[in-house]
Design a protein around this ligand. Structure first.
Ligand code: ZN
Length: 259
């Protein structure tokens, strides 16, 4: 399905139960289908541990560890210490995904701020980049990040306007685009791709979610990024392979990987 080579999927969740039956076959076939690097991202303590295990099993996989805003309730008292210990493991390239999410009712802003800021502090102390999850919370995300000018990273699964993208770019952040850019109604995402400089774009699946066209609605995997790269290439007037090469280089810089 793929004639591109060297794809870096900067945000995936192969720890997800949806991959229970297919995980090893799928991951073993990535390289031959053009996917050269994956960052598997934790969203709570358990998935952070599994991300590290995947990275130790597969040479081309890196990991990120952190607690997602929807997973901050019912954490053990020593959770931050545990994230810190995990973050110091081999091949952990970022703290994430962390952030703010006001999408579902009954969230606690106070608790989300607290968990977010503590993990930003941790990233600052460990000198690691961070992976930001921000849903329906642009203003608060930006105002918190402005208090941490020494931190950089990626705004993952970017879903905001071109104007918001520009704000993050001014602050030095990378923007992660998913399969959403391929959707037929994706006007806003397309506008955002247009304004973000190519050297600040990374591509990601957020799999098993967000499968791009023509696989929309199916279980997503990193090979499908061929369609995201092709769409971004058409917006930027470049070849799909050029987008794969540029976004791979950007991902190396973002996650500070020396290859
Ligand atoms: Zn994610």
């Amino acid at each position: 399905m793929n004639n591109l080579v060297g794809i870096f999927d900067t945000h995936a969740h192969y720890d997800d139960v949806k991959f229970c039956d297919t995980r090893d076959d799928l991951l073993s076939s990535m390289n031959k289908d053009g996917v050269s690097y994956i960052c598997n991202v934790g969203s709570d303590l358990k998935s952070s541990e599994t991300s590290i295990e995947l990275a130790s099993k597969y040479e081309f996989i890196y990991s990120a560890v952190g607690v997602h805003p929807e997973s901050i309730y019912d954490l053990p008292h020593d959770w931050l210490n545990r994230v810190e210990n995990l973050a110091k493991q081999d091949k952990v390239v970022a703290v994430g995904e962390i952030g703010l999410d006001y999408h579902y009712p009954d969230y606690s802003k106070k608790k989300q701020f607290d968990a977010f800021e503590r993990q930003l502090d941790l990233a600052k102390n460990l000198k690691k980049p961070v992976i930001i999850h921000s849903r329906d919370a642009v203003e608060d995300t930006i105002s918190i990040l402005k208090n941490f000018p020494e931190i950089s990273g990626v705004i993952h699964c970017f879903s905001g306007s071109a104007e918001v993208a520009c704000k993050y770019i001014e602050m030095g952040w990378y923007i992660g685009f998913t399969g959403v850019v391929t959707f037929k109604n994706a006007k806003k995402a397309v506008e955002a791709v247009r304004v973000v400089p190519t050297e600040k774009i990374v591509i990601e699946t957020d799999c098993p979610y967000m499968a791009p066209e023509p696989w929309r609605g199916r279980c997503c995997n990193s090979k499908m990024l061929v369609s995201v790269a092709t769409k971004i290439a058409s917006i930027k007037n470049l070849l799909p392979q050029e987008i794969v090469d540029i976004t791979r280089k950007n991902a190396f810089e973002l996650y500070r990987i020396n290859v």
